[in-house]
Ligand binder design. Structure first.
Ligand SMILES: *[C@@H]1O[C@H](CO)[C@@H](O)[C@H](O)[C@H]1NC(C)=O
Ligand SMILES: *[C@@H]1O[C@H](CO)[C@@H](O)[C@H](O)[C@H]1NC(C)=O
Ligand SMILES: *[C@@H]1O[C@H](CO)[C@@H](O)[C@H](O)[C@H]1NC(C)=O
Length: 506
C-alpha cells in the first residue's frame, strides 16, 4: 500500500511521540485488488448503512465526553460533514504569499492577510465552505435505522459457551502451524500479573479468543479456517493496533461475528457493544520535568489551550486557523509533508515525494508556515490548562496519553464520527470536553474554556480524574495497560451477561 510508505511522516509533529505506522488518507477503503468490484461496492454500501444505523440509534451519545455545556454538544445523529466543495477555480497564484508568520503573535492566525490563501492553495480548505457543509450535514433528520448487517453484543457473543470466571484464550503459533494467518499473528505477552488470571491455555475453557493482528496483514481472508472459529468467529476478538485498522468491508467479508478492537474506530466501522476503541500508549516514561508539570494545577499554567501537529485530519486544518496568542491559545499546525515538500521530521528533514511539483506560491507558503510552526516547542506547549486532541490518520493518538499524563485537560475536537478509547471503562465526561467540528472558536469555545478555567474545584477534579485514568489505562510504555483495558472490557460484558441469564433462569 503506497500510503503506508509515508511512515514517520508525522514525526516531529509531536516531538514526544511519533506515529509508528501507516499513513491512511484512504484508510477507510479496502485495498485495491483484495475485494472484487461488486462485492467492494456492496460492502462499502453496507458499511454506509451500518454507519447510518449506528448514528440513528443515537450511539452518538456514547461517542465520549459530554461537553461542559450542552451548547457544545453535536446534534444527535450528526454525521461527519462532507468535505467542503471547491467554490472557485485555482490560480493563477502570485509567486509570493502576503502571509507574515509574525502576524500570528498579534492576531488570530486565520485573520492574518495571506494565511487563508495559503490554506486554500495547499489544503483546498476554505473555512466558510467547510462550516456551511458541516451545518447542512447535521440539519436534516437523522436517517432511520436499516436492518443491521452484522449483529449486536448479544447476537455476536455466545454467552452460553462461557463459564465464569471469564477467561480468554490467546491464539498461539502452535495453533497456526501451516496456517496462512501465522504470518499475521502478533503474540503479545499476556502473562503480566494484572491480566494473567484472565487468561487460559485451554481453548475449551475460554469465553473469548484473542487474535492480535500484526502490521500489513494480508491474510485476513483466511480467518474462517482458524481452529476455534466455529463457523462464524463467534467470541473472537481481533486486536489491531495499526492506524489503518480493519474497515467495514473487510470485516463483513472475512471476519464473521468477531469483535474488532482497533484505534481506527470510526462510526462507519463500529458495531456498538461489540467493538472496542483502543488508545495508544506513551512510548516514553514521564521525565522529572513532566512530573513537575503534572503536579501544576490547571489554573497555574502558561497557556489556555494548545496543539501542535500536522494536517493529518480536517479538524486540525480548521483548528489551526484559530491560533490566538493574545488569548494564550497556541494552535500550531503544518501541512502534511506530502503537500509541502518540506518534512517536519527531525529524522527525515527532506522532501517526502520527489515527483510532486509545487507551485512557487505553495513553496513560499510552506516556508512561511514552517517559520510559524517551528516557533513553538511541543514540550513547552504541554504547560496548558486545556489541550486539543484531534484525530490524525486514525482517531487514536499518542497525544491523548501525553496530555493526560502531564495534567492537561483534553478537549476532543474532530471526534464527531469517531469513538473515544475504552469508553466502557472511562467516563470521559468527567475529565474532558468534546466539541463539535463546527463550533465557533472565538465566540463559543474560547469563552467557555476561559470561564471553565476559573472554576478551580472543577478543574482540579478533572485533572485528578485524568491522571487516574492515565495511570490505570494508559500509563505504561508497553502495551500492557491496553491489553488490560481490552480484557477488562470483555470480562465485564461476558460476566454481566452470564450473570443476567443465570438470574433469569432461576
Ligand atoms: C512566477 O514565477 C515564474 C518563474 O519563477 C514566472 O514565470 C511567472 O511569470 C511568475 N508569476 C507571477 C504571477 O509573478
Ligand atoms: C511475559 O511477561 C512475564 C511477566 O511480566 C515475564 O515473566 C515473561 O518472561 C514474559 N515472557 C516473554 C516471552 O517475554
Ligand atoms: C508552567 O507555566 C507556569 C506559568 O507560566 C510557570 O510558572 C511554570 O514554571 C511552568 N511549569 C513548567 C514545569 O514548565
Amino acid at each position: 500500500m503506497a500510503a503506508d510508505d509515508a511512515e514517520d511522516a508525522d514525526e516531529g509533529e509531536e516531538l514526544i511521540a511519533s506515529k509508528p505506522d501507516a499513513a491512511a488518507h484512504n484508510g477507510t477503503l479496502p485495498r485495491a485488488g483484495e475485494v472484487e468490484p461488486h462485492a467492494h461496492a456492496r460492502l462499502l454500501w453496507r458499511g454506509v448503512l451500518v454507519a447510518l444505523c449506528v448514528l440513528a440509534l443515537g450511539v452518538a451519545e456514547g461517542f465520549g465526553a459530554r461537553p461542559l455545556l450542552a451548547a457544545l454538544r453535536p446534534a444527535r445523529g450528526a454525521a461527519a460533514p462532507p468535505p467542503a466543495p471547491r467554490a472557485h477555480p485555482r490560480g493563477p497564484w502570485p509567486n509570493q504569499s502576503s502571509f507574515v508568520p509574525q502576524c500570528g503573535h498579534r492576531q488570530v492566525l486565520g485573520t492574518c492577510a495571506g494565511y487563508a490563501e495559503c490554506m486554500d492553495a495547499i489544503k483546498d480548505f476554505r473555512e466558510a465552505d467547510f462550516l456551511r457543509a458541516a451545518r447542512t450535514a447535521r440539519e436534516g433528520r437523522p436517517p432511520l435505522a436499516p436492518a443491521r448487517p452484522w449483529c449486536d453484543r448479544w447476537s455476536c457473543m455466545d454467552h452460553a459457551a462461557c463459564a465464569l470466571p471469564f477467561k480468554v484464550y490467546q491464539y498461539t503459533r502452535a495453533d497456526l502451524a501451516n496456517h496462512p494467518l501465522l504470518s499475521c499473528l502478533q503474540t503479545t505477552n499476556l502473562s503480566h500479573a494484572q491480566i494473567a488470571r484472565h487468561v487460559t491455555h485451554e481453548p475449551k475453557r475460554a469465553c473469548a479468543f484473542w487474535f492480535e493482528v500484526g502490521q500489513r496483514c494480508r491474510n485476513l481472508p483466511h480467518a474462517s479456517t482458524l481452529p476455534y472459529w466455529r463457523g462464524n468467529g463467534i467470541n473472537h476478538v481481533f486486536i489491531d493496533h495499526w492506524d489503518r485498522g480493519i474497515d467495514a468491508a473487510e470485516r463483513a467479508q472475512w471476519l464473521g461475528r468477531a469483535a474488532i478492537a482497533q484505534g481506527h474506530a470510526t462510526a462507519e466501522r463500529w458495531v456498538h457493544g461489540l467493538d472496542i476503541a483502543l488508545g495508544l500508549h506513551p512510548r516514553m516514561p514521564l521525565s522529572p520535568s513532566d512530573l513537575r508539570l503534572a503536579a501544576t494545577p490547571p489554573w497555574a499554567r502558561r497557556y489556555l489551550l494548545t496543539f501542535k501537529g500536522t494536517h493529518s485530519h480536517i479538524s486540525r486544518v480548521r483548528a489551526g486557523m484559530h491560533h490566538d496568542l493574545a488569548r494564550r491559545v497556541v494552535l500550531a499546525t503544518f501541512p502534511h509533508p506530502m503537500q509541502c515538500m518540506v518534512s517536519t521530521s527531525l529524522r527525515r528533514p527532506y522532501a517526502m515525494s520527489k515527483e510532486r511539483r509545487l507551485s512557487p506560491l505553495h513553496a513560499d507558503c510552506c516556508q512561511r508556515l514552517k517559520v510559524f510552526y517551528e516557533g513553538y516547542e511541543y514540550r513547552r506547549l504541554m504547560n496548558t490548562t486545556f489541550a486539543l486532541v484531534m484525530p490524525g490518520r486514525q482517531p487514536a493518538s499518542y497525544r491523548l496519553a501525553e496530555v493526560l499524563g502531564r495534567g492537561s485537560i483534553p478537549v476532543f475536537y474532530g471526534f464527531d464520527d469517531a469513538l473515544l478509547p475504552y469508553d466502557e471503562l472511562i467516563d470521559w465526561s468527567a475529565l474532558s470536553l468534546n466539541v463539535p467540528i463546527d463550533v465557533s472558536f472565538e465566540r463559543t469555545l474560547l469563552p467557555l474554556l476561559e470561564a471553565a478555567a476559573a472554576d478551580r474545584p472543577r478543574m482540579a477534579r478533572m485533572q485528578r480524574e485524568g491522571q487516574r485514568v492515565f495511570r490505570r489505562w494508559f500509563g505504561t510504555r508497553s502495551a500492557t495497560a491496553g491489553d488490560h483495558a481490552i480484557l477488562e472490557t470483555l470480562r465485564r460484558r461476558f460476566e454481566l451477561e452470564v450473570r443476567r441469564r443465570r438470574l433469569r433462569s432461576n
